[in-house]
Design a protein around this ligand. Structure first.
Ligand code: GDP
Ligand code: MG
Length: 888
């Protein structure tokens, strides 16, 4: 059969290459990175003929050697020798696109030019004379639309024919007579050193003094010196450097091509231009964007996304749910009735009263909670009832609690202050809501009235953990296995998967904004702001994505063409609070303002902290050698606004969500198992424990705070010295921080277990109290340490899934460790400064760490405000004497 043909797709960023590639290949190809750089490499075969292989080259504006994308593309074309090149040209930006085309034509390969987005021409009232253009370029030109699959077969078959015939493009004679003369002389001089079809390419590269490109020619010093003379003569004549002369003349030639082949619309603004007048205007651009984002987050967090995520978490992963409405109604009724009678409050209140009256209450609560009850339990309860009756116990006032365990006042409001024993503290005029006079008979009724069980009602679907526990227990699995599967694997992976609905909703909207062309405008608008801090406007999109989840956020950095900016953005973008960090914010709000919703300004402060941290980091890093350099000029085609095709939109959403899911299945899975083992195994060192090593929950007399005895506690204790200067050098805070590396919302649940509060939510007052007690020394809450703790957890390395993505995105382990090290170091320093300054100014505490904090603060300020040092451009420098350069 026919021989294999490999076709490279070249073109400017945003000209539609990816759309074309997906359309041609069905997008099932291999996606990797080019060796040594973080530039994406995509390869796949034509869906109609597997002998035709396509390579999607990175989007570039030129074949110069200034970015890794350009280097990768030209190396692939010059050394890789693809059978043919399809050069895709965006007809709505034809001038800039043809600039690349003139260079592609010089590479000595068969070339076919695809005029893409032809569907938009009519709308704009423009026309292109493709026949004439083809004549002027000397290669076939095909009008196509990648988005609407128009003429794509013709494009491919033309490219295949050219490739089979090996008809190399000749290049165009686009330069002035003097330059052409000089090129001719150079060509004669180097003719023996390269393949004939590359003669023009190399002549121009010699003229441009592109040392990297001409290295393979191995020209002698003498040859170079001779050519240097010709080049400098023209430079003196034109008063410009040779490279700029070439650029200028290419554009001049393109202008003549445009005159000959393109009929412009008569002076009328296109629809896109009219929209852009408003959307990218200096005054309205930012407000419009902010309003749109508020809308997007409102839908994702308030209207659809979070409710859906809560539903999944509550129903699939914790309580189960009803598929039958009548079953649900019946259960709700029974449950409401049970709850209205305050059965749990009656029981606990009565036991407490009995204890006060001197009745033996040992083990009664446990016996009541036991399910199923053994005869022993029944006996314990009966004995207690007998004793309580004899003592004539009646509980006078039993406080009423809500389902989160919070005490209520007479008006039904949550009481937000508790004393050290967990008893409510009343404000003046506030009255505790109580059950009056609980008698022995009330207690007996409460004990005999079990909480209704959902499983007993029609149409109930069990939650995954509960169902799996059931199966495993039935199959005779041991406690360790049940705990590993349910707490470790389902708990860890589930906490990540639970976020899918929220993330899906967010990305449906964000991908739409990207695909219809709006996000390029946002990048453009934000560029005005970000440029001042040395970041490109393109860094902003990954940050928006990261507010949903850091994994696709880091992946979104791929659209940043400049490698330096891309690495820096991948490093910093996870400092924006992602949705998993929201429970931590709720916890702090609870401690600080005593309610989880009244303080609307607290949450935005955390986003602000993230943005400020990114900007400070960017400014500081820009002044180091690794990241030095002016921000790359903002060149981004603004494609015409259009309705994205459902297919490419869906593909885009799928790309982001599936990246997230895949991580949950691999990295998170392993990490969850690891943390489970660390927190469930240890030495039984409690009162009545036998001191042996093993699975803690399976041992005799295990306390509710069993994690105190785990390996995690040991590791936390050993590492806690790191955080002592930040004010939270206890093992609980350290252990919580470690477990938060799996997924940030683990922080809250780990706390619950560590403080023996069980599975309480960030909305419960006792949880706030437990959290506050960690930062309380001698009855005083140290707000500085608490803020330091939060700052560290927000800014340090993200969860394992996001770290894995950074690892993949950075390509190089050195860069990955640099990123993680920077994030943790930065978080630590910020925490240290917050805590030490607070200690000094509020409590007057001064010590060695105060000095360290001041020194670090001074260093940061110095790095922030000193003028940017200039680095020697080194061997990457663009200009300089040719003779010096290429000999080496
Ligand atoms: P790449 O950067 O070259 O990979 O470009 P993409 O494939 O990401 O396309 C950039 C934008 O142009 C996307 O929003 C596409 O939907 C849009 N696009 C691509 N081809 C066409 C086309 O033929 N017509 C129209 N109207 N839009 C297109
Ligand atoms: Mg692309």
């Amino acid at each position: 059969m026919a021989e294999k043909i490999d076709i490279a797709l070249a073109g400017n960023p945003n000209c539609g290459k990816t759309t074309l590639f997906n359309e041609l290949t069905g997008s099932n190809g291999y996606v990797g990175n080019w060796p040594g750089v973080t530039v994406e490499k995509k390869e796949a075969v034509w869906k109609k003929d597997s002998d035709i292989l396509f390579t999607d080259l990175p989007g570039i504006y030129s074949l110069s050697p200034y970015s890794p994308e350009e280097v990768v593309s030209r190396d692939f074309i010059i050394s890789g020798r693809p059978s043919a090149i399809i050069d895709l040209v965006d007809v709505t930006n034809i001038e800039r696109n043809l600039y690349l085309t003139t260079q592609v034509l010089e590479t000595g390969r068969p070339v076919v030019v695809g005029l893409n987005m032809c569907d938009l021409l009519g709308q704009r009232g423009e026309k292109i004379d493709a026949k004439r253009l083809s004549k002027m370029l000397g290669v076939p030109v095909v009008e196509v639309s990648a988005l609407h699959s128009k003429n794509l077969d013709e494009l491919v078959s033309t490219a295949v024919d050219s490739g089979r015939a090996n008809k190399a493009a000749q290049g165009v004679k686009c330069f002035s007579p003097e330059v052409e003369d000089a090129l001719g002389t150079i060509a004669n001089a180097i003719a023996g050193s390269c393949a004939p079809e590359l003669l023009r390419w190399y002549s121009i590269k010699v003229f441009e003094r592109d040392s990297a490109a001409i290295k393979p020619l191995h020209l002698s010093e003498q040859q170079l010196a001779g050519m240097e003379k010709i080049i400098s003569a023209i430079e003196v004549d034109r008063d410009d450097d040779s490279e700029s002369i070439i650029t200028f003349e290419r554009y001049e030639w393109i202008a003549t091509v445009m005159d000959a082949c393109v009929v412009k619309a008569p002076g009328k603004l296109t629809r896109s231009e009219r929209i852009d007048r408003v959307v990218t205007s200096r005054i309205l651009g930012l407000p419009i964007f902010v309003a749109l984002m508020i809308g997007v987050y409102w839908v994702a967090l308030v209207a659809v996304g979070t409710p859906a995520t809560d539903w999944v978490n509550d129903n699939l992963f914790s309580d189960g749910f009803f598929v039958s409405a009548s079953g649900q109604a019946a259960f709700d009724e029974a449950h409401d009735a049970w709850q209205d009678a305050h059965y749990t409050d009656q029981i606990s209140g009565y036991i407490a009263a009995a204890e006060e009256a001197g009745v033996d209450t040992d083990g009664v609560q446990d016996a009541i909670d036991a399910d199923p009850k053994t005869p022993d339990d029944e006996a314990t309860i009966a004995e207690f009832e007998e004793a309580a009756r004899k003592a004539g116990v009646t509980a006078a006032d039993v406080p009423i609690t809500d389902p989160d365990g919070n005490f209520l006042d007479a008006g039904g409001n949550i009481i937000t202050k508790l004393d050290a024993d967990g008893n409510p503290i009343l404000e003046a005029g506030q009255k505790l809501d109580v059950l009056p006079a609980v008698t022995e008979a009330d207690f007996a009724t409460a004990v005999d009235t079990p909480e209704p069980d959902q499983h007993d009602y029609d149409g109930f679907v069990d939650s995954i953990p509960s169902a799996v526990t059931g199966w495993l227990t039935e199959a005779g699995a041991s406690d360790v296995v049940v705990s590993l599967v349910v707490d470790g694997i389902i708990g860890g992976v589930g906490s990540v998967l639970g976020f899918i609905p929220q993330i899906f909703v967010l990305f449906v909207m964000l991908c739409f904004l990207e695909d219809c062309g709006y996000m390029s405008r946002v990048a453009f608008v934000m560029d005005r702001v970000f440029r001042r801090f040395g970041l490109s406007g393109k860094s902003f999109i990954p940050m928006i994505v990261s507010s949903g989840c850091g994994v696709p956020g880091v992946l979104a950095t791929k659209t940043i063409e400049n490698e330096r900016d891309r690495r820096m953005t991948a490093m910093l973008t996870t400092m924006i609070p992602c949705s998993a960090k929201l429970p931590i914010i709720a916890l702090v709000m609870g401690v600080l303002v005593g309610t989880d919703n009244g303080a609307w300004w607290v949450a935005p402060m955390f986003y602000l902290m993230g943005i400020v941290a990114i900007i400070i980091s960017a400014v500081m890093l820009k002044k180091t050698k690794r990241f030095a350099g002016e921000p790359v000029p903002f060149v981004m085609e603004l494609p015409d606004y259009h309705m994205p095709s459902i297919k490419s939109w869906a593909l885009h959403v799928w790309e982001r969500v599936s990246a997230y899911v895949k991580k949950a299945g691999t990295i998170i899975f392993a990490a969850a198992v690891g943390i489970w083992a660390l927190s469930n195994f240890g030495l039984a060192g409690w009162d009545g424990g036998n001191g042996s090593f093993g699975f803690l929950k399976g041992m005799d007399g295990v306390p509710e705070t069993y994690m105190d005895y785990s390996i995690l506690a040991g590791v936390g204790g050993a590492l806690s010295f790191i955080f002592a200067p930040l004010g939270f050098g206890n093992w609980q805070a350290t252990a919580s921080t470690i477990s938060a590396l799996i997924a940030k919302e683990n922080l809250v649940s780990t706390f619950g277990v560590l403080y023996g509060l069980g599975d309480v939510s960030e909305k419960s007052v006792s949880m706030w109290q437990g959290f506050a007690s960690m930062f309380t020394i001698a009855d005083t809450l140290h707000v500085g340490s608490m803020c330091a703790f939060v700052a560290f957890n927000m800014l340090c390395a993200p969860c394992f899934a996001a770290m894995g993505t950074i690892r993949k995105q950075m390509e190089d382990p050195k860069w990955f460790w640099f990123a993680i090290g920077y994030e943790c170091g930065f978080g630590w320093v910020v925490g240290l400064i917050i805590n030490q300054l607070h200690e000094l100014f509020v409590f007057g505490n001064f010590g060695i760490w105060t000095v360290v904090a001041f020194v670090l603060l001074a260093l940061m300020l110095f790095q922030l405000f000193r003028p940017a040092p200039t680095w020697d451009e080194g061997e990457e420098g663009a200009l300089g004497s040719l003779a010096e350069r290429s000999v080496a």
